[in-house]
Write a protein that binds this ligand. Structure first.
Ligand code: ZN
Length: 1001
């Protein structure tokens, strides 16, 4: 959504000025809605400089009754020719050089005008959160502040007739600088506006003749610092090239990529329906093939080849145009990865690539023809093989972030010690290599390094980036762990002081009140009397062994009427995490805890997660309880929700709980309760399965760590016990009950989770394979039909086959997602996998932010505490949902990557022959899954045979035939085939990545 300020006007109000803005919000279908916004101009916005004696008297407390903190130093950094100074940055500097802003050896006392913060938010959300973190956590070292220039009557500027938004915003930033310079003149503090925009710098000279403040480009500014050499090395590439005049060898004759369409053409095309917008997904098997899912088309539209991908990165938001029908094709049956592609390219040159210029001639077609083409494309998707293809004509949002990679040794000139261009190969194989300039190339060889991408001009074959920092040696545990956290955008730095300040001052000595009616306790917590005392209930928790963040506990008790009272008690996290606090903001931003093999990165500080909130045994803890009356058939007679105080009697592991339940000698009440829970859970599960809940599978493995050396020992596949299922069923039941309750109370903004049915096209290939090879079929008519058909996929010869089909089916399914209820209509709330009409996450608030919101909404729904506006506002809920969906996905990937890394380390010392299954057949290789390690790997044709050119790929039979390296008889390999593979782990010499290498034996 983009907003556009059209006509700002001012009028005077009693307390200050107010500005009326007509804001047009473009809706998805291209129409526009007009919204009138008013905002007040104020005269009480302070400069936040500790030197200033004027502002201390004008400040007023904010909504939380806190006075703003004066952060900017009285003794800021001194630089040559300028002296003591504060820095003001513009939007482009933030987008370009956020790494430098975060760097602890430069950029102190920085003023971020609010307009810059707003612009950054619109341009790049990840950079925005980093900037917010910088400003929010600003401690005594960096000292960043946001100055609300748009609300200050001294710095607000009107848009002039014929002035573009950009020009107006630039002027607003200059106005801010001017005001600061004037305001701080008496204290001997200068203002330096750092901007790379030459026009902006020239405008400053024109406007303020007496040079009230200074303007510098990033390069010029860095040059003034005492550690200039160190900092200049870190300056993003574009600037480097432009300012240092050390340009790359020029080759203007060859323009490699097509130019992007102008904005007006893109807007027009989107409106008239001849261009389409979506996110590009690069194939994990072929980095030169992407696809874009578009609402109008039943299948994603293919984008094939470098030229059509036109510099898009995986995940970019792009605009595409369909190609003529003659260029439509089937998805590639080739596999191709970026890391081994063109490894001999010269990082100094532009390189030539025939493929680029082959389909250069562009047919000229009219919009009418394009619309016909779209119809044709939709029809073509209904048939099987050929698919519409498209080219990318514009990139509307870059997914660029920091990337981890390593310098390609072949690109380093070891004879030079000066600055040179080298390639960095990224860990993400869907991405191209990046060209950086550095003088440390040799020193950085063999290290994992972090780089940022700066630009990708059309006449460069590879994007330009710059070095950010090095993480350490390849394959050192620390470097690899940090690399994978960075790669998956997991916030892993320690919690800031501001966040920790929100924790209870008693620390580990915090205790739940002995009596809930104690007046002294009530004076501290007025909500205390609303809590129910459940300390008499025989509650226990059941978790994986060694679990320290205990989110949930349960109990069951026979009622006089023969029914069961069942309680699910969830850690009362929101008693400690209040909306609007730094602690809450941090949790919202992290979104989830991340579990790696040897490390856990918490969403909330340890004090809460593993102590005060954790429902540990033998101590009183606050909880949020769901209490049902269930009949013998596990049907709900009624349900109640209450904040409570509980005392867990025991913390069991799944195994211990199982032993206790199975032991006939145990007849105490706690055990009886657990047995009842088990019986009820079996009935609940059966009901779910009858309703069509899916039993999916993923090859989950567990790595045993040697507790002494922290070296990975062996790998095992996770086993499930009946007690796993016991806990799971009651958590599902609680989540469903809570979902209904909060949806009832907040029909527009309830925090929910949905799982859409997969379009049958997702299963097309799998079904063709099953049909051809096994004469089986997966039905997609309903979740029940799907579940039943999965049950029928059985190979009597091979018990694992069914699991294999479930693993492959899971990959065809849509991912479940968090959403707020106003975003969908009720039928679309459905959770397909669980076969329920409504669902949420409530049971793990220590480690998931969705649950935190659900807790607050439930507290609002039962009248415990009014619900904060943040969770009643659709726009805010939308932001929360987007973020937690992304974080949740990243956390899963990070967890898997961690297992993969450790499995690689385990295999390092064990070469073995294992059973594998062929899950994909390409023209030039096969993909084999090895259940024992949960790894899969590509076996390239060159590793299968010495005569690759004689290999025959049968697309219809999913078969690859070749003459093995040993023996003369031609071997056929098809999909689903059970094969013996030699597994060993190898370090790829080009990428320095350790991978499972599989060889057919
Ligand atoms: Zn001041």
């Amino acid at each position: 959504m983009s907003t556009k300020v059209v006509v700002p006007r001012k009028k005077r109000l009693s307390e200050g000025l107010t500005v009326t803005q007509k804001v047009f919000i473009r809706s998805r279908n291209g129409g526009a809605t007009k919204i009138i916004r008013e905002h007040y101009l104020r005269n009480d916005i302070p400069c936040l400089s500790k030197s200033c004696t004027k502002c201390q008297s004008i400040v007023v407390p904010d909504a939380k009754n806190e006075l703003p903190k004066f952060i900017l130093s009285e003794n800021p950094q001194v630089i040559a020719n300028i002296g003591k100074h504060y820095v003001v940055v513009d939007t482009n500097i933030v987008l370009l050089a956020i790494d430098l802003l975060e760097n602890i050896s430069c950029f102190f006392d920085v003023i971020v005008p609010q307009i810059v913060l707003d612009e950054v938010r619109n341009r790049s959300y990840p950079v925005y959160t980093r900037l917010r973190t910088l400003c929010r956590d600003s401690d005594d070292t960096k000292r960043f502040i946001v100055f609300h220039n748009e609300f200050n009557e001294k710095t607000f500027v009107d848009r002039l007739p014929d002035e573009t938004i950009n020009d107006r915003n630039d002027r607003a930033i200059r106005k801010t600088c001017e005001w600061y310079a004037q305001h701080l003149k008496d204290y001997g503090i200068n203002i330096v506006l750092v901007t790379n925009d030459r026009l902006n710098r020239e405008a400053v000279k024109k406007e303020s003749k007496e040079q009230g403040y200074f303007t510098k480009s990033l390069y010029e500014y860095a040059d003034l610092l005492s550690n200039a050499d160190e900092i200049k090395e870190l300056i993003p590439n574009v600037d480097n090239y432009a300012e240092s005049k050390e340009l790359l060898p020029e080759d203007k004759s060859e323009v490699v990529f097509p130019e992007y369409y102008q904005t007006s053409r893109v807007m027009g095309g989107l409106r008239s329906g001849v261009l389409y917008q979506g996110n590009v997904q690069i194939s994990e098997y072929n980095f030169l093939e992407g696809s874009v899912s578009l609402p109008r088309f039943s299948k994603p539209v293919l984008i094939v080849g470098q030229k059509n991908l036109n510099r898009a990165f995986n995940g970019d938001q792009v605009v595409v145009e369909l190609l003529p029908e003659s260029e439509w094709k089937a998805p590639s049956s080739l596999t191709l990865d970026s890391e081994h592609f063109d490894i001999n390219d010269n990082p100094d040159g532009q390189g030539e690539e025939d493929e680029f210029n082959r389909n250069g001639a562009e047919a000229v077609i009219s919009d009418k023809q394009r619309r016909l083409l779209a119809k044709e494309a939709i029809n073509a998707q209904k048939s099987k093989k050929v698919q519409p293809t498209a080219k990318i004509v514009s990139i509307t949002r870059r997914s660029w972030r920091q990337y981890v990679g390593q310098i390609a040794p072949s690109s380093v000139d070891d004879k030079t010690n000066g600055i040179q261009n080298v390639f960095v190969i990224l860990m993400d194989k869907c991405l191209p290599k990046i060209r950086i300039r550095t003088r440390r190339a040799q020193e950085l060889l063999g290290k994992r390094i972090v780089i940022s991408v700066d630009s990708w001009p059309e006449n460069y074959k590879y994007p330009l980036g710059h070095f950010v920092r090095d993480l350490g040696d390849v394959e050192s545990t620390q470097a690899e762990t940090e690399a994978l956290l960075l790669e998956h955008d997991v916030e892993y730095r320690p919690f800031s002081k501001k966040v920790l300040e929100c924790l209870p001052s008693e620390g580990h000595n915090w205790k739940a009140p002995v009596k809930l009616d104690d007046p002294e306790e009530i004076s501290k917590d007025p909500l205390l009397p609303k809590r129910q005392d459940l300390r008499d209930k025989l509650i226990c928790s059941i978790d994986p062994p060694g679990c320290v963040d205990i989110d949930d506990a349960l109990h069951a008790k026979k009622l006089p009427n023969g029914n069961w009272e069942v309680g699910v008690h969830i850690a009362d996290v929101t008693h400690f995490v209040k909306t609007g606090t730094a602690l809450d903001a941090e949790g919202a931003s992290r979104g989830t805890s991340v579990y790696l093999v040897d490390k856990r990165i918490d969403m909330l500080p340890m004090l809460l997660g593993t102590d005060l909130c954790s429902l540990k045994p033998y101590v009183d803890r606050f909880a949020f309880s769901v209490l049902w009356e269930l009949d013998d058939n596990a049907d709900i007679v009624n349900v109640n929700f209450t904040k409570s105080v509980i005392k867990s009697r025991e913390a069991f592991s799944y195994e211990q709980a199982q032993l206790r339940i199975d032991d006939p000698n145990q007849t105490d009440e706690l055990t009886l309760g657990m047995r009842a829970l088990l019986q009820l859970s079996i009935k609940l599960k059966q009901k779910r399965l009858d309703a069509g809940a899916l039993n999916l599978a993923s090859p989950e493995v567990k790595v045993h760590m040697d507790s002494e050396t922290a070296d990975p020992g062996e790998v095992e596949i996770k086993k499930l016990l009946a007690t796993n299922s016991l806990v799971e069923e009651f958590m599902l039941l609680a989540n469903i009950s809570v979902a209904r309750k909060i949806y009832d109370a907040f029909p527009q903004t309830a925090m929910l989770r949905r799982h859409a049915a997969s379009p049958s096209t997702n299963f097309e290939v799998l079904n063709e394979m099953l049909q051809k090879r096994k004469n089986m079929h997966i039905s997609l008519e309903s979740s029940k039909a799907l579940a039943d058909s999965l049950d029928r996929c059985i190979d009597p010869e091979d018990a694992y086959f069914n699991t294999l089909v479930r693993i492959m089916s899971t990959r065809c399914m849509m991912a479940a997602q968090y959403f707020f209820s106003g975003a969908y209509s009720y039928p679309d709330f459905r959770h397909y996998g669980l076969a329920v009409d409504i669902y949420t996450h409530f049971t793990s608030p220590i480690r998931r932010y969705c649950d935190v919101v659900a807790h607050r909404q439930l507290a609002g729904a039962i009248g415990y505490e009014p619900l904060s506006l943040d969770h009643r506002d659709k726009h805010k809920m939308d932001m929360i949902c987007r973020n937690i969906n992304r974080k949740h996905r990243n956390a899963q990937f990070a967890g898997r990557a961690s297992i993969e890394y450790y499995v690689g380390q385990v295999m390092r010392n064990n070469e073995s022959i294992e059973t594998g299954y062929v899950i994909k057949v390409f023209n030039n290789g096969i993909v084999v899954l090895v259940p024992k390690f949960g790894v899969e790997g590509l076996i390239r044709i060159e590793n299968l045979t010495d005569s690759a050119e004689d290999a025959v790929f049968d697309e219809l039979e999913f078969k690859l035939s070749f003459k093995p390296k040993t023996g003369d008889k031609v071997r056929d390999v098809h999909v689903f085939e059970k094969v013996d593979v030699q597994v060993r782990s190898v370090l790829d010499p080009i990428t320095s990545k350790r991978k499972a290498e599989l060889l057919l034996v």
